[in-house]
Design a binder for this molecule. Sequence first.
Ligand SMILES: [Fe+2]
Length: 132
Amino acid sequence: MTRLVWSDEYSVGDAEIDRQHQEIFSLIDRLDDQDMDASAMSVTFEKLDIYVREHFADEEEKMKAGAYPDLDSHMRQHDEFRDWLQSAKESFRTSDGALGAIGQNIHDFLKSWLLAHILYADQAYKGYIQKV
Ligand SMILES: [Fe+2]
């Protein structure tokens, strides 16, 4: 299995944001190693709640302070993820025995969304938050 390894080229030039992104990398990396059973899902949702609450807020604050011109569309992406997280938690709560398929879907979505977001969307504000 290919490990997800952090590289300096993923840096957005802000130590705190980079540290939060590294944590998400290791969360995704760990997900690859485990079955998405009920306890893995609960832990994952707890971590994602914190990620959304703290990390998105930090990013949004820094983008605002840096007058990032694409702030609105970036915040829309964050909102879409917040909505997705709510509905994923709901399907988890109401899942009855079909956890395997739901777990796999959640894992696949998380991995593709978060990686694409961190590696592309977040790279776009790089020069702006560095000015802060
Ligand atoms: Fe972001």
